[in-house]
Structure formats: structure tokens, C-alpha cells
Design a protein around this ligand. Structure first.
Ligand code: FEO
Length: 395
């Protein structure tokens, strides 16, 4: 097993989960990693552990470098089971190690894992471990109340835990080892599915870290690759995503009963494409909701289509709207469309559901039965009008 070194005396000792395809509430199409880091100094420190069941890989990597009984501190940046799930085994092996954790983490530690000696730390608190001093920065609600980051001033490494992660299982460990587009694609999926609801906190925290005046040479998250070449790139991307800045793109999300709503979706998309707006269509029957969440985050316009069913919308559309409402995407232009046979009701239901998230529907389009010649023109024009709005032109 090859040691993975971030700097002299600092090692990645995590685990790779090639198999996971669904984690909590989002998809992980190429798996993930659970990153843990070992710092050797006068006092040896383990930052985070790994998911429950992956302890053997973690301990084997540690044993390649030191005996686990030589660990003095275990920093628990986050108590969720993908990072603290191996605490029982680590504490058994490290014997007298002291846990360092946020105050909220200390509460959940006891409930989830066990009653070990634990030191609660706050933002700005420091732990001198020899030639290094580690400083703690609380990151409440990024994405749990207990999240915190640990900063090593000597190397300028921020051990950020969940923030700045990506779900990528790979044999590479650093940002300069895989194509940048692939890395950013996965970082965007991760942000949309996990971090987006806390966008206001992200902006506040980025400002707070900038005000601390610390130098960040690398960001070592708890999932995926380590940002050593361009840590500023992911900080800039987080600032952009959290502010709701989007591309001149649209996303059409729909379900269909007898293909009429699907036909509307395609006609509307042609009206946008003709006007040079990039658009992606997702039929909710066979699409990945995490991928859709990323597209929603990156798009200025979101169009939701449903056939009418029992005077309302389709259950798939209702479920998805409930999901996306919770993710709180910012600054979107919302639109609704539907085909119906007799009473309708889907557009009204879509509007009502979106209004619960304070998302305002700008325009709607309904077609009775299958789209005829006049409806086809209307769908196309609907797309053209939305394209103009995306470009910031008057409708
Ligand atoms: Fe909040 Fe990666 O766990």
C-alpha cells in the first residue's frame, strides 16, 4: 500500500468506496472516498476517520506509517457516519487519544458513538502539537450543526471536511491528477445536492475565512480529491454557486402520460435552441435527480411540465418539486406547462408547490389534448420568449 503524502509529515489515510451509488439523498455514480489525514509531530494527530465498515483500510494505511497507539489526538471535524463511523475501532487502537471536536459534535458524539474524553473547541481555538499549531474554524450547517474545519498554518492546509468535496472514487488523490472539467462537474453535483440549501452560510463563511487572512495552499476535503494545485478555483466556484449566479442555460423537467407533455417539452426546447440557448431535458421517469439538481443550479430558467392527473400534477413531478424546493436554488426563472384531457389542474398544482419555496412562476402554457398546429407554434414561441428572458431581453 503506497503512502499518500500531502506534505512532510502529513498523509492521506482514508478509504475508497468504489461501490456506493446512493448516499443519503443523492446519487454517487462513480463512488466516493472517505478521507482521513494523519499528521506526525511531537503529538500525532488523526483528522477524521472513515465510514462504518471501512476501518480496516484506514488502520492499515495508518499502520504503514505509525502504530495507531501512537496517535495522541483524533480530530472529529464532523460526526456523520461516513467520517466518524470508524471511531470505535480507532479509539480502541489508539488507546489514550483525546478527541477534539466542536461543541455540537460533542453532543452527537455521545449519542452516536460513545463516551470518550472529548475537548470541545470553537472558532479560533488552537492546538499546539509540536512545530505545528492547528486552528479550528466552525462550519455550522455546512452541512450539519457540528461541522468544523481544521487549519494547519505551517503548510497552509485547510482540512475542510464536507465542504469542497466531490464524490469521486479514483486511484488519484489530487486535483492536478484528473481532468479539471471532470473534477468541477463532480464538485458542482456535490454542491447542488448537499451544500446548496446553505448557500447563505457558504458566502458568510468564505468572507469570514478571507477576513482571518489565512494563507490557503491546499484544501483537503473529506470526500474526493485534494485541491493542491488550485484551491482558489473551488473557493471561487463555491462563491459563484452560492450566490445563484447561473449560465444562459435552461432545464426542462417533466413527466408525460401519453407523450403530449413530452412533445411540448421538445417543442419548447427547439424554440430555445433556435435562439442559441443551451437546454437539457429530463424525463423524471428515467433521470437522475442529483444530475437534475446540478442542472437547475447552473441554469437561469427552469421549466416544469406535467400531465394533469386527478386535477393535479403527476406524483413524480410532485416528488421532484418537493425535493428541489428543499435544495433552495437561488435566482431562477420558473415556468410551468402541461397537456390535459379535460379538467386540467397540473399547472395550478406546480405553481402552488413552487410558491411554498417562494419560487415565482413567470409564465405558463397549457395544451388541451395533444398539441395541434396552433399549439405547436405556441410551444415554440413559449421557448423563444424564455430564451429572450434568459438573455435579459424584454419578452
Ligand atoms: Fe456530512 Fe460526508 O458527511
Amino acid at each position: 500500500m503506497k503512502d499518500v503524502k500531502l506534505a512532510d509529515g502529513i498523509y492521506w489515510v482514508g478509504a475508497i468506496d468504489w461501490d456506493i451509488r446512493f448516499c443519503g439523498s443523492y446519487t454517487t455514480p462513480i463512488g466516493t472516498t472517505y478521507n482521513a489525514y494523519l499528521i506526525l509531530d511531537e503529538k500525532n494527530v488523526l483528522i477524521d476517520t472513515v465510514k462504518t465498515g471501512f476501518h480496516s483500510e484506514l488502520l492499515e494505511r495508518i499502520r504503514n506509517i505509525i502504530d495507531p497507539s501512537e496517535i495522541d489526538y483524533v480530530i472529529v471535524n464532523h460526526t456523520e457516519k461516513d467520517h466518524a463511523g470508524a471511531l470505535l475501532e480507532v479509539m480502541r487502537e489508539s488507546k489514550d487519544a483525546e478527541i477534539v471536536i466542536s461543541d455540537k459534535g460533542k453532543e452527537s458524539l455521545l449519542k452516536y458513538y460513545g463516551a470518550w474524553p472529548a475537548r470541545a473547541v470553537d472558532t479560533g481555538d488552537a492546538l499546539k502539537i509540536g512545530e505545528r499549531t492547528l486552528t479550528f474554524i466552525k462550519a455550522q450547517m455546512l452541512h450539519w450543526p457540528d461541522n468544523m474545519c481544521t487549519y494547519s498554518e505551517k503548510e497552509g492546509i485547510l482540512f475542510s471536511n464536507d465542504p469542497f468535496g466531490q464524490h469521486i472514487a479514483s486511484s488519484e488523490r489530487f486535483d492536478d491528477e484528473i481532468p479539471s472539467e471532470k473534477l468541477m462537474e463532480h464538485a458542482a453535483r456535490y454542491f447542488a445536492a448537499i451544500v446548496m440549501p446553505y448557500s447563505a452560510v457558504v458566502l458568510k463563511k468564505i468572507g469570514e475565512i478571507k477576513n482571518m487572512g489565512i494563507r490557503i495552499n491546499a484544501i483537503a476535503p473529506a470526500h474526493g480529491l485534494i485541491w493542491r494545485k488550485a484551491p482558489e478555483k473551488i473557493i471561487e466556484a463555491y462563491a459563484k454557486w452560492a450566490s445563484g449566479e447561473a449560465e444562459n442555460k435552461a432545464v426542462i423537467i417533466y413527466d408525460t402520460m401519453w407523450s403530449s407533455t413530452a412533445e411540448m417539452a421538445k417543442l419548447i426546447s427547439r424554440g430555445m435552441e433556435k435562439n442559441n440557448i443551451q437546454v437539457r431535458l429530463f424525463n423524471l421517469r428515467n433521470s437522475d435527480w442529483t444530475e437534475i439538481a446540478k442542472e437547475v443550479m447552473e441554469s437561469k430558467a427552469v421549466l416544469v411540465g406535467s400531465p394533469a392527473l386527478n386535477s393535479g400534477m403527476y406524483p413524480t413531478v410532485a416528488g421532484f418539486l418537493h425535493y428541489i424546493r428543499g435544495l433552495r436554488p437561488r435566482n431562477k426563472m420558473w415556468f410551468a406547462f402541461s397537456s390535459y384531457g379535460w379538467g386540467g389542474g397540473a399547472v395550478k398544482a406546480i405553481k402552488e408547490e413552487l410558491s411554498r419555496g417562494r419560487f415565482q412562476v413567470i409564465d405558463t402554457l397549457e395544451v388541451k389534448y395533444a398539441p395541434g398546429k396552433k399549439d405547436i407554434e405556441e410551444c415554440y414561441r413559449f421557448g423563444e420568449d424564455i430564451a429572450a428572458m434568459i438573455r435579459g431581453e424584454d419578452k
